[in-house]
Design a protein around this ligand. Structure first.
Ligand SMILES: [Mn+2]
Length: 331
């Protein structure tokens, strides 16, 4: 190619697929904080104080996803869909968390931020943050007064190695609405219908033999990793869809449900038995195609624990791409 043929303005479309080129945003979507300008909002929630179990760098995850996710600005082959062409998808930036060290104030601010999106019928796909962010998002998007869910309770599809329904604990290291509690209070306060919800991929030895009882008592259906293996993906998908019925759906994906080999940089590793491979997780996600998905998130990434190839961030971007495509597909 001679210099004469080089026009900078013609080169961007090609360069945009290179993650290291240009100004990073989530999936190289336009950065525009105004929710009136999009149909799907990509949002960072740089929040770490809802889970002090291990290291606390989960607030760095949105920045890391902005670094790597241009690599996933792709067309979805199996859906024959280009999500970026189908609807308006913007990177709204990060939730401003002025009280970042005080979890129970942060969750109120997160709820207020997502209420703004709900009132404009904008469907959020978020990168956490620890799992405590999902509680306030579900409070904003589901139940009485919700716009996206038309006042209905949400059917939650929850991928995780843990139940996050530990309401028998009065607090977690001082956080009352913590990453261990959100699954309980969204049900008890009428934002999620546990009878329509499923928790998938729970694994590892429980701390005590009754550790999972709170999920059962609330009415969630738990499919642990052994049950997943004996049922097979198709039966799991059937069961999840039967429970959802025609309710609005929210997908929350804790990266610790993945095997530590593909997601080593998560807060609560469960190395004692294999987690999902990426293929298994993606198959389950694609099984939700066609449902009325009002929002989704990916949580629990600790970029400072990742390997030099950033495999956990890349896995997170791959999961987020599936979530974005599922929502764009039905818009
Ligand atoms: Mn979790």
């Amino acid at each position: 190619m001679s210099d004469k043929e080089y026009r900078p303005e013609d080169q961007e479309a090609f360069m945009k697929c290179l993650y290291w080129w240009g100004v990073p945003t989530l999936f190289r979507c336009p950065h525009d904080p105004d929710p009136d300008h999009c149909d799907i909002a990509l949002v960072g929630v740089p929040h770490s104080t809802g889970n002090g179990t291990t290291e606390r760098d989960q607030h760095l995850a949105p920045r890391s996803l902005r670094d790597v996710s241009a690599n996933f600005r792709r067309a979805h082959g199996p859906f024959q869909l280009v999500p970026w062409d189908k609807c308006r998808i913007n990177d709204l930036g990060d939730v401003p968390l002025t009280h970042a060290l005080v979890n129970d104030i942060c969750v109120e601010h997160i709820e207020a931020y997502y209420k703004r999106l709900d009132q404009r019928r904008v469907r959020p796909v978020s990168i956490g943050g620890d799992h405590s962010i999902t509680g306030p998002i579900l409070k904003a998007l589901g139940g009485k007064d919700s716009v996206l869910s038309d006042g209905q309770k949400i059917a939650m599809v929850h991928f995780d190695a843990h139940t996050d329904t530990m309401d028998h604990l009065p607090h977690w290291l001082g956080a009352e609405r913590s990453a261990a509690h959100w699954g309980s209070y969204v049900a008890l306060e009428g934002h999620v219908d546990p009878q329509k919800s499923t928790q998938i991929g729970i694994r590892g030895h429980t701390r005590t033999l009754d550790w999972t009882r709170t999920s059962d008592d609330l009415g969630y259906r738990m499919i642990n990793i052994d049950q997943y293996r004996s049922m097979g993906a198709a039966n799991v998908i059937d069961l999840v869809r039967q429970r959802v019925g025609d309710a609005p759906v929210y997908i929350t994906f804790d990266l610790d449900c993945l095997d530590p080999t593909v997601a080593p940089a998560v807060s609560n590793l469960e190395p004692g038995c294999n987690g999902f491979t990426i293929d298994q997780a993606v198959e389950l996600l694609r099984g939700l195609r066609g449902l009325n998905i009002v929002g989704a998130d990916v949580v629990c990434l600790i970029p400072s624990k990742d390997n030099p190839n950033k495999i956990t961030s890349l896995s997170a971007a791959a999961i987020m791409f599936e979530q974005i495509s599922l929502i764009a597909d039905c818009m």
